[in-house]
Ligand binder design. Structure first.
Ligand SMILES: [Zn+2]
Length: 465
């Protein structure tokens, strides 16, 4: 059963044909490490994780590369605004390097909690300045760049295919200057490859280059690093849909401009997670982190389960009620799994081949996870299958779903006398509205392996993860 994927490049669902039989190279745009990632960002990483797991499920050898943007990304994707790392360094009174280190660690903590498999190669922009400079020089030799006001720009008028991914028309590109556009640009869609001292004198991350001391634009890192680790022509490139019009469009211009040939075969993009009030965004100040959900009594995998209920190309609206619904469904699923896990019966594989086929068809059909989940529930409720058969299928399907069923624990935690005393003390402190003491007791419980959650029905506790 071939894998079918919706290719943004052609706006069609296509059969996936690997460049090298049995292998797939995937590049996914990583985080800009100037703040925590919000759950909207994480939805994209969950979709990419599912994609990777589907290939693994189909016995492909996967080579997954993800970058860490620790330099060069401005608040506006098209070179407008101010440097994100600089912004965070000023906000937190740290160096940009320390900011990057801290949020990179937090990023992997969050993705780990969501059971997202780490990329085979994680590459930092600041460790690939040499490759970026070489790529800019290649573009320069081909006459695709110009220098103005000390910066090096990509001249989009010299690249005939510019805008093919976003289906930009020539008239779109000629549209009058946008508000706040850099006066050095010949065309408002031209973009910076290398900044010199002409912008942000206080920028601490700077390197020597043939164009002066400075730092790279945002887009060049993905072209340089993906080609370094996956070659000049590879299978799949992913990101959020917001990357289509600027970031990925510019990545194509850089890579194909330099090599003169096709760069990526399949482009996949994940839709947004939205709030009822609209988009979530770091810059909008309304972002929800995984930690915030945990503090409200949710498990990280409740959120993963929630995301599986929508197709990655459909917008998903986040509400606490909807997450609560997902949490309850996921809890029921785990409870059934624990029940089947105790089964001493024998599994007869011939009985459930139909489900295996249906599941494979669903996940290979452009990652139809809502369908895959529906099949999983059919298995759970099928009275013709015994416990061992259900357990086998649940564990097998979980290789794609990533809900970590095998390692999930039955949630009743027996309290030691010491823990019981602390919980009671905390109850008193909360009644007396002594939040300081309540927090202290929470920390002491944490130290002995108990995570306390405050719910409308009072304190609940689970084993600390
Ligand atoms: Zn990128």
């Amino acid at each position: 059963m071939p894998i079918q994927l919706f290719n943004t490049l052609t706006r069609k669902k296509e059969e996936f044909k690997p460049i090298k039989a049995g292998e797939v190279g995937i590049y996914t745009c990583g985080p800009t490490v100037y703040n925590y990632v919000h759950i909207g960002n994480l939805r994209t990483y969950i979709f990419e994780d599912i994609l990777k797991r589907v290939f693994l499920y189909n016995s492909f050898k996967v080579r997954h590369v993800m970058n860490i943007t620790d330099v060069g990304h401005l608040t506006g994707d098209a070179d407008s605004g101010i440097d994100k790392m600089l912004l965070a360094a000023q906000r937190e009174k740290k160096t940009a390097w320390d900011v990057a280190k801290f949020y990179t660690r937090e990023f992997f903590k969050d993705t780990g909690r969501l059971n997202i498999i780490k990329a085979d190669i994680v590459c930092k922009a600041t460790e690939h300045i040499k490759e970026m400079i070489e790529l800019i020089q290649r573009l320069e030799k081909k006459g695709l760049t110009y220098t103005a006001g000390g910066n090096v720009y990509y001249d989009i008028s010299k690249f005939t295919d510019y805008g093919k991914l976003a289906l930009l028309k020539p008239e779109d590109l000629k549209a009058g200057a946008r508000v706040g556009v850099d006066a050095n640009k010949k065309n408002p869609h031209d973009f910076v490859l290398w900044f010199t001292k002409s912008k942000f004198d206080e920028q601490e991350m700077k390197w020597e280059s043939p164009w002066g001391k400075g730092y790279p634009g945002w887009h060049i890192e993905c072209s340089a690093m993906s080609m370094k680790y996956l070659g000049e022509h590879f299978d799949i490139h992913c990101g959020g849909i917001d990357h289509i019009p600027v970031h990925h469009t510019n990545e194509i211009a850089q890579s194909e401009g330099a090599t003169g040939k096709k760069w990526v075969n399949y482009w996949l993009h994940g839709e947004f997670l939205v709030l009822e009030t609209g988009r979530m965004g770091k810059s909008l100040g309304n972002f929800i982190t995984i930690q915030k959900l945990i503090d409200q009594g949710f498990g990280p995998l409740d959120y993963r389960y929630f995301c599986l209920n929508a197709h990655y190309r459909k917008q998903l609206t986040f509400t606490v009620d909807a997450l609560e619904g997902a949490k309850n469904a996921f809890r029921r699923l785990k409870e059934r799994y624990f029940e089947f896990r105790k089964s001493r019966e024998k599994a007869d594989k011939a009985k459930f081949k139909k489900y295996e086929d249906e599941f494979l068809e669903a996940v290979n059909n452009d990652l139809n996870m809502p369908q895959a989940l529906a099949i999983l529930w059919q298995v759970v409720d099928d009275s013709n299958l015994n416990g061992a058969e259900k357990r086998f299928l649940m564990e097998k399907f979980d290789e794609v779903l990533g809900l970590n069923l095998k390692n999930s624990k039955e949630e009743v935690v027996a309290l030691s006398p010491e823990a019981r005393k602390l919980i009671e003390e905390r109850e008193k402190a909360r009644k007396a509205r002594d939040w300081k003491k309540s927090d202290e007791l929470r920390n002491r419980l944490k130290e002995i392996g108990i995570q306390v959650l405050d719910t409308p029905e009072g304190q609940k506790w689970v084993a600390e993860k």
